[in-house]
Design a binder for this molecule. Structure first.
Ligand SMILES: Cc1ncc(COP(=O)(O)O)c(C=O)c1O
Length: 448
C-alpha cells in the first residue's frame, strides 16, 4: 500500500513487491487492515503503545492542547506545562531533572553529551568515552548507533564507526563463561573492570546499558546482583551509569525504571516509548541530583531541538502517567506478565521451538531453539523467525522479531511479547491460544 512513496525502514532488506500489511484501525490490543482482517498487536506497535489503541481520553487531551497552545520554543519562554511534565517524570522515576526530546535516540544522544560535559565541568575533560555492551541497541542517530552492539543494525557503519568499547551482554541462556545462575560470579559484569583497566578509566565518562534487553536480545534479564556489580565498578572508576530505559522503562518491565529490579540508582536515564503511551512522539533524558548540581555549577550548556518539550507531548505524557496510576497499570503489567511467562514455560513441554522464556513485566522474550537440553540454536538457514512471523499473520497476531542473534551475535532468533498495559486475563488467554497455534504451525515447517 505505502510502497510507492515511503522509504521503508528495512528498505535494504524488504521485498518491495510484498509490502507489509496495511493497518488502518486499532482498538485496545487489536488492529485491523484495509481488508477488515483482525490482528492482535502483541508488541504494542514498536513496544510503545502501552495504553492500547483508540483511547478517547488521550485524543481529547491532544485536541485541547492543540487548540490552547500547540507549540512554543523553550529558547524564548519557560512554559509551565514543560515544568509540570518534568515534575511528573521526576516523581514517577525518582530522577532529579529532565530534558525533553522527541524520542529515544535523541534522549540517549543527549545522555552521552551530558555525561561528557559533566566531566568537563569536573575538570576531567579526558573522560569523554562511553563504554557499552555487545548486542545492544541505543538508537539510530550516528553516535547512538556507534554505541550499539548489534552488528546487523550497524553494518553500514563498519568502515567508519566510532567504537569507544563494548563488553559482553548478560546473555545467561548462552553464558559466554558456561556458568549457571547458581555458579555465576557476574563474570560479564567484571569485564567492565577489565576493559577499564585495559583502556584507562581516565578516558571514560560513562557506562551505558539496557537494564533489560530490547528487540536485539529479546529481553535478556540479568540476575539482580549484576546491576550492583556494575554500579560498584562505575563508582570505583568514576564512571557515570547511563540506563537506557527507552524500551524497558516507564512501566514496560513492571517498574517505573527497569533498573529498579537491580536495586541500584543510575546517574542518567534515557526514556521514551511508553512515556507517552504511544500517542505522541516524546522522549526525555533524566539526571540525578549529582549530575544536575554539576550542571548548575557549569552554568550555560547549549542543548535543544525544535520539537523538544512540545506542549502536546507534555500534555500527553502527563495524562498517560495519570492514567497509568489511576488504572493501577503497573500492578496489571506484573500480574499479566508473570502469567504469560508461566503459561509459555508450560507450553515449552509440547513445543520444541520454545527455548528460553525471560523478561519482566510485559517485556517478555521467547527464544527459539533446536534443542532444549543444549540450548543449541536453530541454524540461520532454517529461517525459523520468518516462519513464526508468517504463522503469526496467518493466525491473526502481529509479532515483534528480535533479530540480534543472541549467541555471540552469530545465531539465535526470538520474538518479544509486549502487549498493552491494560491487557485483561481474558485477552491474555486469547493471545496465548493463538501463540500455541502459531508455534504448532511454524514447527511443522522446521527440521529439529
Ligand atoms: C533500548 C532502545 N534505545 C533507544 C531506542 C531508540 O529510540 P527511538 O526509536 O525513539 O529513537 C530504542 C528503539 O527501539 C530502543 O529500543
Amino acid at each position: 500500500m505505502t510502497k510507492a512513496y515511503e522509504l521503508h525502514p528495512h528498505v535494504f532488506l524488504s521485498d518491495w513487491n510484498n509490502p507489509n500489511i496495511a493497518l488502518v484501525k486499532g482498538k485496545g490490543m487489536y488492529q485491523w487492515d484495509v481488508n477488515g482482517n483482525e490482528y492482535i498487536d502483541s508488541c504494542s506497535g514498536a513496544v510503545n503503545v502501552s495504553l492500547g489503541y483508540g483511547r478517547e481520553d488521550i485524543a481529547e487531551v491532544i485536541r485541547k492542547q492543540a487548540v490552547e497552545l500547540s507549540y512554543l520554543t523553550r529558547f524564548t519562554s519557560v512554559p509551565p506545562i514543560l515544568d509540570e511534565c518534568s515534575q511528573v517524570l521526576a516523581d514517577f522515576t525518582g530522577m532529579d531533572r529532565f530534558f525533553m526530546t522527541s524520542g529515544g535516540s535523541e534522549a540517549n544522544e543527549m545522555a552521552f553529551r551530558i555525561a561528557k560535559a559533566y566531566w568537563v565541568g569536573k575538570g576531567k575533560p579526558t573522560k569523554n568515552k562511553i563504554m557499552s555492551r555487545w548486542l545492544s541497541y541505543h538508537g539510530n542517530t550516528y553516535l547512538t548507533a556507534c554505541a550499539g552492539g548489534n552488528l546487523a543494525r550497524k553494518n553500514d557503519l563498519s568502515a567508519y564507526a566510532i567504537d569507544e568499547g563494548h563488553i559482553n551482554a548478560p546473555t545467561c541462556y548462552h553464558c559466554p563463561y558456561h556458568k549457571t545462575c547458581d555458579t555465576c560470579n557476574f563474570e560479564c559484569a567484571n569485564e567492565l573492570e577489565d576493559a577499564l583497566i585495559n583502556k584507562g578509566p581516565n578516558n571514560y565518562a560513562a557506562f551505558l546499558m539496557e537494564p533489560i534487553g530490547g528487540t536485539t536480545t529479546a529481553a535478556i534479564t540479568p540476575p539482580v546482583g549484576y546491576f550492583k556489580r556494575i554500579r560498584e565498578i562505575c563508582d570505583k572508576y568514576d564512571l557515570l551509569l547511563i540506563s537506557d530505559e527507552v524500551l524497558a522503562g516507564y512501566g514496560r518491565a513492571g517498574k517505573p525504571l527497569a533498573i529498579e529490579w537491580g536495586e541500584v540508582q543510575p546517574d542518567i536515564v534515557g526514556i521514551a516509548k511508553c512515556m507517552s503511551g504511544g500517542y505522541f512522539p516524546a522522549g526525555a533524558v533524566g539526571v540525578n541530583k549529582k549530575v544536575s548540581d554539576t550542571f548548575k555549577e557549569i552554568g550555560h550548556y547549549y542543548a535543544g531541538f525544535t520539537w523538544a518539550g512540545n506542549p502536546i507531548a507534555c500534555a500527553v505524557t502527563i495524562e498517560n502517567t495519570k492514567i497509568m496510576q489511576r488504572e493501577n497499570m503497573l500492578e496489571n503489567v506484573n500480574k499479566q506478565g508473570d502469567y504469560i511467562q508461566e503459561q509459555l514455560k508450560a507450553m515449552r513441554d509440547r513445543h520444541p521451538i520454545i527455548g528460553d522464556v525471560r523478561g519482566r513485566g510485559l517485556l517478555i522474550g521467547v527464544e527459539f531453539v533446536k534443542d532444549h537440553a543444549t540450548h543449541t540454536c536453530l541454524p540461520n538457514e532454517e529461517m525459523a523467525l520468518a516462519k513464526v512471523m508468517q504463522a503469526g499473520y496467518k493466525n491473526g497476531v502481529i509479532l515483534e522479531a528480535a533479530s540480534g542473534k543472541m549467541n555471540k551475535g552469530l545465531e539465535g532468533e526470538a520474538i518479544i511479547l509486549a502487549p498493552y498495559f491494560g491487557i485483561t486475563r481474558a485477552e491474555t488467554d486469547i493471545l496465548l491460544e493463538r501463540l500455541d497455534k502459531i508455534f504448532t504451525d511454524a514447527e511443522k515447517q522446521i527440521k529439529f
